[in-house]
Design a protein around this ligand. Structure first.
Ligand code: CP
Ligand code: NVA
Length: 300
């Protein structure tokens, strides 16, 4: 059987994603009840982080231990990859010793090159282009609170970035309507967008995009690697903060999500982030449970 990777949500079918979420909810309950579940006994996950992380690192490391395995943290400063050893060679060597590799990096082609040269599953823990692991947690959170997301209206406010791209892929796989509200010039990748067909609509104001939303989602205006654009982006995104006024234009039962870390009073007001519609802490916790289900699917 060919090695299965998880570089994008599109690497799994709709049925596989739905059963992954059902399993994630089950492993979450097992953990809460203190029931041991160790299908990855003796397995090792190597984690390469070329960018910072709290949630991704803690969830994969804790998740592997809980499943009976081990996770190994590799920073570029501490391995030869950071001194110029090709990613192709690193992939061949690391995958000959472990059972799966997770990578967080800049260009998406680095994730693809790693996968192409790895004999074991590769997981995209965030690239400049996609952040599929976060979507597993977001979808789990929605399913726990509201049931299936098919046919719902989701609004993305802000940058057409890696998270927005993963929402577009989620709209395809889970069959929901996605309305993106972003400033001109910050739209999502048109190549990726066209796969979503008429499930995706793009607006250049937040107010138009948020109408009838069942779920409102945002993310930082400047992602990792764009720090030098912070000031310019703050100006470009004025009018795109998720505030109480904006939430009032969505459906009255709308939920609010954010992958975190959040910049309070930039992309989201403190009131919304800490308010009753916000489910960001449950969403963050679900990184653990959803990725445990993913690790089992790829490694068990
Ligand atoms: N949401 C997310 O991926 O968080 P970290 O950058 O802390 O991993
Ligand atoms: N878009 C953000 C997500 C962080 C989890 C970034 O890439 O920095």
């Amino acid at each position: 059987m060919p090695t299965r990777h998880f570089l994008s949500l599109l690497d799994l079918s709709s049925d596989e994603l739905r059963s992954l979420i059902t399993h994630a909810i089950d492993v979450k309950q097992k953990l809460k009840r203190g029931i041991r579940h160790t299908p990855l006994n003796g397995k090792v996950l190597a984690m390469i982080f070329e960018k910072s992380s709290t949630r991704t690192r803690v969830s994969f490391e804790a998740g592997m231990s809980q499943l009976g395995g081990h996770a190994m943290f590799l920073s570029p400063q501490s391995i030869q990859l950071g001194r110029g050893e090709p990613i192709e060679d690193s992939a061949r060597v690391i995958s000959s010793m472990v059972d799966a590799i997770m990578i967080r990096t800049f260009g998406h082609e680095r994730v693809e090159t790693l996968a192409k040269n790895s004999s074991r599953p590769v997981i995209n823990g965030l690239s400049d282009h996609l952040h599929p692991c976060q979507l597993l947690a977001d979808m789990q959170t929605w399913f726990e609170l509201r049931g299936d997301i098919k046919g719902a209206t989701v609004t993305w406010i802000g940058d057409g970035n890696n998270m927005c791209h993963s929402y577009i892929n989620a709209a395809i796989r889970f069959d929901f309507n996605l309305k993106v509200g972003c400033p001109k010039g910050y739209e999502p990748d048109p190549e990726l967008s066209k796969n979503a067909g008429n499930r995706l609509q793009i607006f250049n104001t937040a107010e138009e995009a948020v109408q009838a939303a069942d779920l409102v989602v945002t993310d930082v205006f400047a992602s990792m690697g764009q720090e030098q654009e912070q000031q310019q982006r703050l100006q470009a995104f004025s009018g795109f903060q998720v505030s109480n006024d904006l939430m009032a234009k969505a459906d009255k039962d709308a939920l609010f999500m954010h992958c975190l870390p959040a910049h309070r009073e930039e992309e989201v007001s403190t009131e919304v982030l800490e308010g009753e519609q916000s489910v960001v802490w449950q969403e963050a916790e679900n990184r653990l449970h959803a990725q445990k289900a993913l690790l089992e699917l790829l490694m068990a």
